[in-house]
Design a protein around this ligand. Sequence first.
Ligand code: PAF
Length: 282
Amino acid sequence: MQTINRLNPLRDAVTALRRDGPVALVPTMGALHDGHLSLVREAKRRAAHVVVSIFVNPRQFGAGEDLAAYPRQLARDSELLASEDVSLIWAPGVEEMYPPGYATNISVAGISDGLCGANRPGHFDGVATVVCKLFHQVLPDLALFGEKDWQQLAVIRRMARDLDLTQPRADAIHGVPTVREADGLALSSRNAYLTADERERAGALPQAMRTAIAQIRAGGAVADSLAELQRSLTAAGFTAVDYAELREADSLALLDGLGGLPARLFVAARIGRARLIDNMPV
Ligand code: PAF
């Protein structure tokens, strides 16, 4: 496994890998957990070589967010990836990604606006910009992203379609199901911010979501189920619920009831220092 942090050697290395067959990219910000490893394993099933990028992208953090505190553990991440038979880690520094004078921003209108986009202004511009750059740097045949960040996946697919990307094409951008702890909590690098007590309370999030989903499926009023979900989270010790919304799975249009199209429940809530997000099919 090679670790590369300069663009020219990266290009040479990926060109060599591509001689063996398709190359998959798994973009990450490091602090890897089993959710990331499930992306790597799925990538390995689909491609001859897996490239994992590790880059904590300053452009997707807002003022006052956790950019400085975000866990950085390249040595541990490298050990994990070596044991998963990853071919290459692309770990550029901030200056390599955004050299002095860098001025370009990619903004995907509409789909970026609600949910996390409403609570974290500019976040999805930062994500779209860095992912577009990662795609151009690595030129992968396919790329994999976790479904836990469902809106992020939708934004990236929209960008790939709109910009006619070919490496990868929009239909080669794959979502991989969320990996959960035994109590249902979705794995996230930000779970590391939770104290033992907060971690125990955080299990209320998937539990409250499952209850709301059962109520909505049984024909209950969506607004009532979402209000009850918010009350359960507050009772469990969450300090704020940024959103709890039912949305159409592809367009992310807001729904107030189940129609013919696939729907998902999306929640973001804060406990201690952590802002946890989750989504589930309804
Ligand atoms: O999901 C993440 O870890 C990041 O948003 C991504 C896709 C690596 C872009 O920085």
